[in-house]
Design a protein around this ligand. Structure first.
Ligand SMILES: Nc1ncnc2c1ncn2[C@@H]1O[C@H](COP(=O)(O)OP(=O)(O)OP(=O)(O)O)[C@@H](O)[C@H]1O
Length: 298
């Protein structure tokens, strides 16, 4: 549904994005994750045809975005980091205005407006001017305008910025619900956000892809061999003498992270007289993976 190949974007001498490729299918959520200035917004602006990349190709719903920008604009809804709202307009006026600009009219416009108002929880503020809405409601209106024409693709730049915890929860569940029948791509610099929402992640740093895939795939890239957490009782084991243990790291009082390649770590440890209290496969958070990938340590 969304396919971008080898995107590069230069602003003067600054290479904001370099050689980034991505794909998002219907029913899938891709999270772009990276620190400030990593190039996330630039990629989303390229995908939403606001800027033309210095190099690279974008296909939305099979159409070449560079060759047919007008055509592909019908295929997506875009929520920019700061939604462009006309602050004097009431919510209902604004959504009608955007719907008409998207080519809707008559019954279809009424239907779609009612749908987005319901889906985005806007019925209580329907007659309020946008300028009087809280940040959370403005963000919902921003999402509503992106959805009004029922596009198959949703492009969301930092969709939960500025929302309170309850609003974040609601926004996430709405996006998840929508993703059942849409391709969703969103950006965030918050690891928990991406972890909570994305099926797949594209990690960016200084304009370049650092890793991409599901968390498990990224995990396997960071740790190509199985990693276990081992909790022991008593003295620290002599890890170097235990067959199959390739690396060990102390991560707590009596807790170790162990890279093991062999048949049965538990049995091997017991045979060596190690008193094992707990042993389980390690599952690093996206945050730890991210830090390892960008070289910030564990
Ligand atoms: N219009 C522009 N002109 C010049 N430089 C730009 C422009 N837009 C972005 N940049 C630069 O490109 C780089 C990538 O910016 P971008 O906004 O894409 O990053 P980001 O990952 O979205 O960051 P943030 O999380 O802070 O929004 C930054 O160094 C930024 O200063």
């Amino acid at each position: 549904m969304v396919r971008a190949r080898e995107l590069t974007m230069c602003y003067g001498t600054l290479r904001a994005v370099e050689g980034v490729s991505l794909e998002v299918a219907l029913g899938e959520i891709l999270g772009l994750l990276g620190p400030n200035g990593a190039g996330k917004t630039t990629i989303l602006r390229i995908l939403s045809t606001q800027i033309v990349p210095t190099r690279g190709e974008v296909y939305l719903n099979g159409e070449d975005a560079k060759a047919h920008p007008e055509k592909v604009r019908a295929f997506f809804g875009y929520l920019p980091e700061t939604p462009p709202l006309y602050l004097d307009m009431e919510v209902r006026e604004y959504l009608h205005f955007v719907g008409e600009a998207r080519g809707l009219s008559g019954r279809r416009l009424q239907e779609r407006t009612s749908w987005v108002v319901e889906a985005c929880g806007l019925s209580g503020v329907w007659r309020q001017p946008l300028g009087e809405l809280s940040k959370g409601y403005r963000q919902r209106v921003g999402l509503a305008q992106a959805l009004i024409h029922d596009p198959p693709i949703l492009i969301l730049d930092e969709p939960t910025t500025g929302l309170d915890p309850l609003q974040i929860k609601e926004m996430r569940s709405l996006i998840r619900e929508l993703s059942r029948e849409k391709a969703v791509i969103f950006s965030s610099h918050i690891l928990q956000e991406v972890e909570a929402l994305a099926d797949r992640v594209l990690i960016l740093n200084q304009g370049k892809e650092v890793a991409s895939g599901t968390r498990e795939e990224i995990y396997r890239r960071v740790f190509p061999r199985p990693v276990f957490r081992v909790e022991v009782e008593g003295a620290a084991p002599d890890w170097g003498s235990i067959p199959g243990v390739l690396e060990s790291e102390r991560v707590g009082e009596e807790s170790y992270r162990v890279v093991f390649q062999g048949e049965d770590l538990f049995r091997t440890l017991c045979e060596k007289g190690v008193a094992v209290r707990a042993l389980y496969p390690e599952r690093l958070s996206l945050e730890e993976l991210f830090l390892r990938l960008v070289g910030g340590g564990a």
